[in-house]
Write a protein that binds this ligand. Sequence first.
Ligand code: SAJ
Length: 422
Amino acid sequence: MLNTINRVAVVGLGYIGLPTAAILATNGIEVVGVDVNSGTVDAVNRGEVPFVEPDLGVHVAGAVSQGHLKATTETPSAQAYIVAVPTPFREDRSADLSYIEAAARGIAPQLQGGELLILESTSPPGATEHMANYILELRPDLSLDGSDSRPALLVAHCPERVLPGRVMIELVTNDRIVGGMTPEAAEAAKELYAVFCQGEILTTDAVTAEMAKLVENSYRDVNIAFANELSVISDKLGIDVWELIRLANHHPRVNILQPGPGVGGHCIAVDPWFIVAAAPDDAQLIRTARNVNDAKPLWVVEQVAAHVNSLGKDDVKIAALGLSFKANIDDLRESPAVEIVSNLAGRAAGHHIVVVEPHVSELPSKLADIDNVTLVDLEHAVEQADVVLLLVDHDVFKDLSPSDLGHDRVIDTRGMWSALAG
Ligand code: SAJ
């Protein structure tokens, strides 16, 4: 059926929507990207990418210059729609589906029946059904199954699983889960993804696909929480946690992840809460893991504050290396590094924090107005720093070494230098 699909609208041109639009377009599909942000739309139409993701720029520039990809703020008519908008959580940690509803309001007037509608946004169980019902309320002349002679829509959930920093590779190579509101919808979505996905495409129902995505990220969150808890225990016991994990991982069935300053990003720190909200009495391990990881930035702040106090100086200079939520990207969303610097600045009011983040040109709003925090380049940061606080293991920091910097002034929250030494 999908051999006939050659025009796709991708709603939401963010970290997932734009790569998906670009890869479809470079595989010959006519793609229209839709975004509420006219700056993003203009950038894409110039063939530019408004954020850092390796190889994405080449794909976007190529697709735009070949005329296969263009962007607009108005949802056009298309044979298939891919919705890739944010699903943040609210204050009470329930999912905010308002962006999905807004996308659905844009799509609904364009529908004639027979279109494929795919929700890619990470969603709580039931969100795809919610989107389908929301559209059918706006368009009671359509249906999901062709009943009462109303033309059918094919609605599916296809969660993305790509790793920021490797998106253009993993879009092609990862296996993919496709959950349909009907088996026909799952098959149709499978055919569309087969245009670029070389991994296995596994079909199921929509709610299982929603849950599979949440479970994958919770699995990782729980395992990172284990590593983070080990780092706190090891510190109490005077053990080097990096060496401990390296040794334990020699066991053939043990593979402990790496402790860090906390878990950031918009996925792993968010998605487990959707499971907790769906089953609050039962999701105990998942909730505890979230709390362990959420507590880690404050633990780092306490460590640095204790170190600063031990120096007995009034104007300590702290060089904080890295702000993004993980290595070699510019994404500062939910970044534990930002939280640590902001908290530390309040705690160490008389001291100065110089921040190095080679992937951004200005401090994020949370730090921009703090007097004792400035963004500087690497050389200026470390040369006179009393404390060198490594928050992100960017490649550009790997040339520094604790022996050059002086071991007694280094706090390495990522174990980067320990890993290089080991
Ligand atoms: N982190 C650690 N220790 C580790 C691994 C990660 O502290 O051993 C931290 C990172 O520094 C970062 C956070 O966890 O702050 C998340 O990083 P990540 O690399 O684990 O994951 P994300 O958020 O970049 O991408 C995840 C991926 N999910 C899984 O690996 C199960 C990706 O495949 C998903 O597509 C993505 O979430 C998403 O969009 O949901």
